[in-house]
Design a protein around this ligand. Structure first.
Ligand code: GLN
Length: 477
């Protein structure tokens, strides 16, 4: 039987012949079939996966050196382009669309011999926190099917939760990698804005979007980051900053300075059990000799409003390209003029939440309201960035919950979009300020559901963040 722990161990087993890529492929395809009812995958690339696995086995046996991700099975959220494979953003408006090129991130994975196993379900265009806004239907939480997977990268989280692939890519505009990871008990990591090229990632809110990684092993995640990171001539926002080497042993005895926000842990919306788990963690770190301090963060109540003003504004512009003319869905209703064609195609092609956001975004950008909403939210974003900079002058990491509650019941938040938005309170800060953040699956609630500890570091300090994450996870064992 095939068992997976980490890329390092898998590669050792491939080298000594204990397993093969073919065997691993069969295992994952079986797992996917066994969990099909959870609805995590949109498309599984079955035949190619088998072929690629056999080809890699043959190359390895012929003595060819292995790529860094040789035979690593990776699922990708259905907003990330993989050339000649369907790409729909879980939207009717992109039904039958195939990617005409691969995302830079995907190209880099493939260059290192990763195998892309399938595309994963999500909220339409990444808009949502439950994966219920998908044209393919909701993704079920594997531990309790009456609950949601979280979102918007719900398929990615459940694919990892159920062992259907080794790692998964998601996208994180306001928490979409970290929150489903928190709900499903896996690791969810969002790098700094600009660390990984967004070329080939379907745009939701371009100044927030970032490809993230879900998995079960920190060293795996560090390796994927290393492969995908770096400048890209197709994305001028991709940073040139070099990524230092991941050396977790280095930090094992080091003492760090952790900050937590008083306002975050005393927030009325926070489940008291989650609050006390985080407080206990802080105590434990203090007892180990780290500096752990409460800092006041009185801007916390502004993060969700600023996030939803700015992201809907950007979305209303980004989604203008789906017009029924150039590509994607076109309404069959006979039109009288061009604007009828636009209206019918967009009205039929977009789901309810996406329409709500396009309208909200158009409103906050409209002439009479621009200054009252959009400009004001930009000012809040600037204040947040300044504040975060000051905090990281004094601290190495910030500790926060990932979500104020454990996985919602299906349908629970659908009637009240504001309640759904407010639950993003702990994740959007990292996207508003561009810093990296990770959700670590270290807690279990008395309702038996997992939840995570969220850790943030200063911009482009992903490597120290991953190193401390490894330590925090190891302490749980
Ligand atoms: N829940 C947030 C939203 O709906 C996060 C989305 C995301 O990160 N893609 O906007």
């Amino acid at each position: 039987m095939f068992e997976y722990n980490s890329i390092e161990q898998y590669h050792a087993q491939l080298k000594n012949g204990v397993t093969s890529c073919k065997q691993a492929a069969e295992h994952y395809l079986q797992q996917i079939a066994a969990h099909q009812h959870l609805n995590a995958f949109v498309t599984v690339f079955t035949e190619e996966v088998k072929q690629q696995a056999q080809q890699l086995d043959a190359q390895r046996k012929a003595g060819r050196p292995m790529g860094k991700l040789h035979g690593v099975f990776i699922g990708i959220k259905d907003v990330i382009s993989y050339q000649h494979h369907s790409l729909t953003a879980a939207s009717k408006i992109l039904q039958n669309f195939s990617a005409i090129y691969s995302a830079t991130a995907v190209e880099r994975l493939i260059e290192e011999e990763a195998i892309i196993i399938g595309s994963l379900n999500c909220d339409e265009f990444g808009m949502g926190s439950t994966n219920e806004n998908s044209v393919y239907g909701r993704v079920k939480h594997a531990a309790d099917e009456s609950r949601v997977s979280g979102g918007s990268s719900g398929g990615s989280a459940v694919a990892i939760q159920t062992g259907c692939c080794m790692l998964a890519l998601g996208s994180d505009t306001g928490g979409s990698v970290r929150q489903p990871a928190d709900f499903c008990g896996v690791i969810g990591f969002k790098p700094s804005y600009g660390r990984i090229s967004r070329y080939g990632l379907i745009a939701y809110a371009s100044s927030f979007d970032q490809i993230g990684i879900l998995g079960t092993d920190i060293a795996d995640i560090a390796l994927l980051l290393e492969v995908m990171a770096g400048a890209d001539k197709y994305d001028s926002t991709a940073s040139q900053k070099p990524l230092p080497a991941f050396t977790p042993a280095k930090s094992s005895t080091q003492k760090f300075r952790f900050a937590y926000f008083e306002e975050a842990l005393s927030h009325p919306g926070l489940d008291p059990e989650i609050a006390s788990a985080i407080k206990n963690k802080c105590q434990q770190l203090k007892a180990e000799g780290h500096e752990v301090q409460a800092v006041s963060f009185d801007l916390l109540d502004y993060v969700v409003p600023a996030y939803y003003v700015l992201t809907t504004a950007e979305a209303s512009s980004n989604l203008a390209r789906y017009d029924g003319v150039r590509y994607g869905y076109r309404s069959p209703i006979p039109e009288n003029d061009l604007s009828d064609l636009y209206i019918n195609s967009r009205s039929e092609g977009f789901g309810k939440e996406v329409k709500r956001r396009i309208m909200l975004g158009s409103f906050v950008l409209s002439a009479g309201y621009y200054d009252a909403y959009y400009t004001k939210a930009q000012k809040v974003r600037k204040l947040l960035k300044d504040n975060i900079r000051l905090i990281f002058n004094e601290f190495d990491f910030i500790l926060l919950p990932t979500s104020p509650v454990t996985a919602f019941k299906a349908g629970e938040k659908m009637k009240d979009p504001i309640a759904m938005y407010l639950a993003d309170i702990y994740t959007v800060l990292a996207n508003l300020t561009g810093i990296p953040a990770i959700s670590l699956p270290i807690f279990k609630h008395s309702n038996q559901l997992p939840f995570g500890l969220q850790v943030m570091s200063d911009k482009f300090n992903e490597v120290p963040l991953l190193e401390i994450s490894k330590k925090l996870l190891a302490e749980q064992l």
